[in-house]
Structures are given as structure tokens and as C-alpha cells.
Design a protein around this ligand. Structure first.
Ligand SMILES: [Zn+2]
Length: 279
């Protein structure tokens, strides 16, 4: 979209409502198409833990052409591949991994939760069990998920120390230049013994994290990091060590150890990081 036209829509306060209606329209068209084209794959293969429908195959999802190179040469586990999208509800593999952990590994009954850049399927699961505050730097984008979403900068939260039992920022830190500040803010607002879910795209084959903190060039960001608004590709051990520097205790649960959840078509080879603030 032309930037000047975008600015006019912003100044009229209708950019995000229009964008959200457009996304809604695309969602329904895709859903209609997948439901019909995947009807013959219905059966006991994978079970979606959002809508509980079962299919032998889920929908594959591959990166856009401009992002492919950076993701493939750096072997980034970034949420693409076979069996990523549920043909019935369109949940994706990264949401289903978090939901599986919330259902079986992390107790969220009656907890206070901060959900940054909220994903619809995760948010809707959380609110059945807990008190949830959602926030984003650009909240307009998420108003269709939670009308009450707050404007918050993850590197300078307005929340008091030890306000939350759980903070979820799923695939967020790779967008933030000062990620250590964001990690320390998440640590600060968590209660002692609190948990953070901070999954990111990562590579285990690069020798160090690739990053450019002041970059503001979508084309170059696609070339370097595999997405137009990312500022880095984390090297997994470096990511774990940054979380450690921020005070967290981190343990890695490998894809193999997540075998009970493979039936939900989670991302192949993606590990889950169990991140806790110590007592
Ligand atoms: Zn589903």
C-alpha cells in the first residue's frame, strides 16, 4: 500500500479497522478453500488442539520468495514446512506448541497473565482459565482479538514489579533491537517462580547470532534475517545465554522430548524453552 495513502487512513483512524476487516475476509476465504480441499484428508492422523479436528495432513506453509534464502542458508527453525496450518481453524504450528504446553506443562488456572502481541487462538484458550492482560507497541493491529489491549513498549513496561505469573511473547524478541532490555523487563514484571514463554526463530548451525540493531530496511531485513521486520537470527545457545544473563533459569525441551505433542502437528525440530524466574 502506498505510504501516503496509508498515512491518510491512519490520520482518519480507520487504517487498523480496515486492515482487520481485510484480514478477516482473507481468513474466511482461506478457511472455506482449505475445508473443501482437505476434506478427503479427514481422519486419525494429526489432531488440532485448538478445534479438535483430525486430518492425515495439515496445510504446508513455505516462506515468501524474498525470505527463503536467509532462512535456508542459516537453517532457521521459523515456523515453516509441512503440516503447519490446520485446514479447519487455520491455527499454526507455533500456536499449537504453546497451547500444548499450556494444557499439559504449565499451570494457568486462575493466574495473572501478560500476553504480548496476542495470537487469537492462544488468547482465547488463556481467557477460559486465567486473567489476561494483552499489550503491544502497536495495539491497533490486535483490537479484533482483544478490544482492551494496552499500548506497551516491551523495553519499558508501565506494569509494577512482580505483577504476573506468566508472560507470553511468542516470536516477539527477534523484532526488538534491545532484546536484553525487553528480557529484563519481562523478568521484572514476573512474580518469583513465574514462567515466561518466549519462543523465537533460531538456528543451531550458525556460530553466533546474526543481528543488526539499527537496521530499518525491509528488503535488507528479508535478505539477512528472513523477515522484513526482524533484526536478528538467534543462535540457540546464545539466545539461552542472553536469557540467563537476564536472570532466568532456562531448560530446553527438545522436539524429541515433545513426542507426546507431535500428534498436534507442532513444528518439526522446534525445541520448547522452559523459562523461569527463580524464587
Ligand atoms: Zn484446528
Amino acid at each position: 500500500m502506498n505510504t501516503q495513502f496509508k498515512n491518510i487512513l491512519h490520520s482518519l483512524g480507520i487504517y487498523h479497522p480496515l486492515q482487520s476487516q481485510y484480514r478477516n475476509f482473507v481468513f474466511h476465504v482461506k478457511r472455506f478453500f482449505f475445508k473443501i480441499s482437505f476434506f478427503s484428508y479427514k481422519g486419525h492422523g494429526y489432531t488440532c488442539n485448538v478445534c479438535l479436528q483430525q486430518y492425515f495432513r495439515f496445510v504446508d506453509d513455505w516462506p515468501a520468495a524474498e525470505n527463503k534464502n536467509a532462512l535456508s542458508i542459516n537453517n532457521v527453525i521459523a515456523g515453516y514446512g509441512k503440516n503447519i496450518i490446520c485446514p479447519n481453524c487455520l491455527s499454526n504450528a507455533r500456536e499449537r506448541l504453546v497451547i500444548a504446553m499450556l494444557q499439559h506443562h504449565i499451570n494457568i488456572d486462575n493466574k495473572k497473565i501478560l500476553h504480548l502481541s496476542p495470537e487469537k487462538n492462544i488468547y482465547q484458550y488463556l481467557i477460559t482459565k486465567s486473567q489476561v492482560v494483552t499489550a503491544d507497541l502497536v495495539p491497533g493491529f490486535y483490537k479484533n482479538i482483544d478490544k482492551q489491549i494496552k499500548t506497551e513498549d516491551a523495553t519499558a513496561f508501565s506494569f509494577a514489579d512482580q505483577s504476573f505469573d506468566l508472560v507470553i511473547a511468542n516470536h516477539v524478541l527477534e523484532h526488538i533491537s534491545d532484546d536484553l532490555k525487553a528480557m529484563s523487563e519481562i523478568f521484572r514484571v514476573l512474580k518469583k517462580g513465574g514462567v515466561a514463554i518466549l519462543q523465537v526463530p533460531y538456528s543451531e548451525t550458525i556460530t553466533e547470532t546474526i543481528e543488526e540493531l539499527t537496521i530499518d530496511n525491509p528488503k535488507k531485513q528479508s535478505d539477512l534475517f528472513g523477515q522484513k521486520d526482524h533484526v536478528r537470527i538467534y543462535q540457540l545457545n546464545d539466545y539461552i545465554s542472553r536469557l540467563g544473563q537476564s536472570g532466568f533459569i532456562v531448560s530446553k525441551i527438545s522436539y524429541k522430548e515433545l513426542s507426546a505433542f507431535h500428534q498436534h502437528a507442532i513444528q518439526v525440530d522446534e525445541a520448547f524453552l522452559d523459562i523461569k524466574k527463580p524464587y
